[in-house]
Design a binder for this molecule. Structure first.
Ligand SMILES: [Zn+2]
Length: 99
């Protein structure tokens, strides 16, 4: 089992605010500014099913937040989000967009 730090996200539609867009891909890296691998949401969900964990980490406080699955209430799609106790700067929604 491995742990992957999410450092950036890709949302669609890209021109919508995060609250309306869906997070459809993430980048993981060992350091905050680093992007090692881009994962599609399907790849993340499959990895989670195998027992791998994804998390975010605050650059300032170093606090981590677990990433979990949830079902979008509008379209019933399974997506991912950070757990509700996440800090503003380790909340998945507030990470930079992947290049
Ligand atoms: Zn939806």
């Amino acid at each position: 089992m491995a742990q992957f730090r999410i450092t950036c996200t890709r949302q669609e539609p890209v021109d919508e605010p995060t609250a309306k867009a869906h997070l459809l891909a993430v980048g993981t890296g060992s350091r905050p500014e680093q992007l090692d691998v881009i994962w599609s949401i399907e790849e993340v969900l499959m990895a989670m099913d195998k027992g791998h964990q994804f998390y975010t980490q605050s650059k300032d406080s170093g606090r981590t937040a677990t990433v979990e699955k949830f079902v979008c209430p509008s379209c019933q799609r399974t997506l991912i989000r950070s757990t509700p106790d996440a800090d503003p700067d380790n909340n998945l929604d507030n990470l930079p967009r992947c290049p």
